[in-house]
Design a protein. Structure first.
Length: 316
C-alpha cells in the first residue's frame, strides 16, 4: 500500500496514540471512521513493517481475555497473532475490536521477568502543552529525532487549567495526544518538555502538572535521567530563553540531567527564527500560523536524538 489505513475512533485514547505515532514518523495515513470489522492481515503486516514492531506490540496482553485465549504465550509468532486478530470468534470479537490498534509503549503489569516479549521498551517521554498547535508540531519533530536516535518516543500532553474549582475537562481528550500520567514520567528513560510562553514563563497547564509530581521527587524517580526543553512564542523576542529556563528549574529539583543544544548543530548558527543553546524554540507569529522552518525542525530533531543517545548510554 502507498499509505497506511487507520480505522480511527477519536474517543479512544489508544487510537489517538496510534495516529500521533504515525504522524510523528511522517508516514502517509488515510484515516477512516472506526468500523466493527478489524483490518485484514495484509494491512496489519504493512503497519507492522512501517512501524518496525512485532505483532505482540499491537495486543493488550495484560487483559484477562488475552490470557484466557493464550495470546500472551511468547511462543506464538506474528502470523499466529495476526490470524487471531483478523479472524476472532464471536465470543472474543469485542475484545479484539478494542485492542488491535498499535500500542508500542505499554508494558504489561503481569509481565514475566526475563521474558523478552514482555520486557518494557525504553522510551523518551515527549510531554507538551499546546494551545494553537505550534508546540504540538515541535513535539512531533522532537519525537522524530528520538526515533532517529534509536529509542521510542511517547507523546503526551496535559489538560488546560480552569479558574473553576471543579473539573471542567473530560478525562480523555477529544483529539490529539493522550494526557500524561505520573507513570509515564516515572518509567521514561528521558524527558523532553515543551510549552508555549506565558509572559516569559511556562504555561499554567504545564506548571500545574509539574507541581503534582512531588511523589516522584520524594522517591527520586527522575534522578540522573536526561531532560531537555522546548518552547514556541508569538513574537521573535517573546521570552523564549526565560521560558526554557523556567521549565528546566523543576527538572533540576528532580535531579534530572539537563541537556541543551550545542553549537556543533549548524542550524543553531544559521537560524533566523527560533533556536537557542538552552533548547529548541519556534517563532510562530502573531496569528500562530508561521510553520516551523528548516532550522527549527532540525533543532527539534537534534534535541530528540541527543536525549535518545544519552539515555541509551546511561542505560548501558
Amino acid at each position: 500500500m502507498s499509505e497506511i489505513v487507520l480505522y480511527h475512533n477519536p474517543r479512544c485514547s489508544k487510537s489517538r496514540e496510534a495516529l500521533a505515532l504515525l504522524q510523528s514518523r511522517e508516514l502517509a495515513v488515510s484515516v477512516v471512521p472506526y468500523l466493527d470489522t478489524p483490518p485484514d492481515a495484509g494491512q496489519l503486516r504493512e503497519l507492522l513493517a512501517k512501524l518496525g514492531i512485532g505483532a505482540r506490540q499491537l495486543l493488550r496482553t495484560g487483559e484477562d481475555a488475552y490470557r484466557e485465549l493464550h495470546l500472551a504465550d511468547p511462543a506464538l509468532d506474528d502470523d499466529a497473532l495476526i490470524a487471531t486478530m483478523v479472524a476472532p470468534t464471536p465470543s472474543d470479537r469485542e475484545t479484539h475490536r478494542r485492542a488491535w490498534r498499535a500500542r508500542r509503549h505499554r508494558s504489561s503489569p503481569r509481565a514475566c521477568p526475563g521474558d523478552p516479549a514482555m520486557t518494557p521498551e525504553a522510551y523518551v517521554l515527549v510531554l507538551y502543552y499546546s494551545r494553537h498547535g505550534a508546540t504540538a508540531e515541535m513535539a512531533r519533530q522532537v519525537a522524530r529525532g528520538v526515533e532517529m536516535g534509536g529509542l521510542s518516543a511517547r507523546l503526551r500532553t496535559v489538560p488546560a487549567v480552569s479558574a473553576e474549582c471543579a473539573a471542567v475537562a473530560p478525562a480523555v481528550p477529544e483529539q490529539g495526544a493522550v494526557y500524561a500520567t505520573l507513570d509515564d514520567l516515572r518509567d521514561c528513560a528521558a524527558l523532553a518538555l515543551g510549552s508555549p510562553t506565558r509572559y516569559g514563563n511556562m504555561a499554567a497547564a504545564m506548571k500545574y502538572f509539574l507541581d503534582g509530581t512531588n511523589s516522584l521527587w520524594l522517591t527520586g524517580a527522575l534522578v540522573d535521567k536526561p531532560a531537555g526543553v522546548f518552547t514556541s512564542t508569538a513574537s521573535l523576542h517573546g521570552g523564549q530563553e526565560s521560558t526554557l529556563l523556567s521549565m528546566a528549574l523543576p527538572l533540576l529539583h528532580h535531579g534530572m540531567l539537563i541537556t541543551g543544544l550545542p553549537y556543533s548543530e549548524s542550524a543553531l548558527l544559521e537560524t533566523k527564527g527560533g533556536g537557542t543553546p538552552y533548547g529548541p524554540s519556534h517563532f510562530a507569529g502573531a496569528d500562530g500560523k508561521r510553520a516551523l522552518d528548516e532550522q527549527e525542525i532540525a533543532l527539534c530533531r537534534a534535541l530528540g536524538k541527543r536525549l535518545a543517545t544519552l539515555a541509551g548510554k546511561l542505560r548501558g
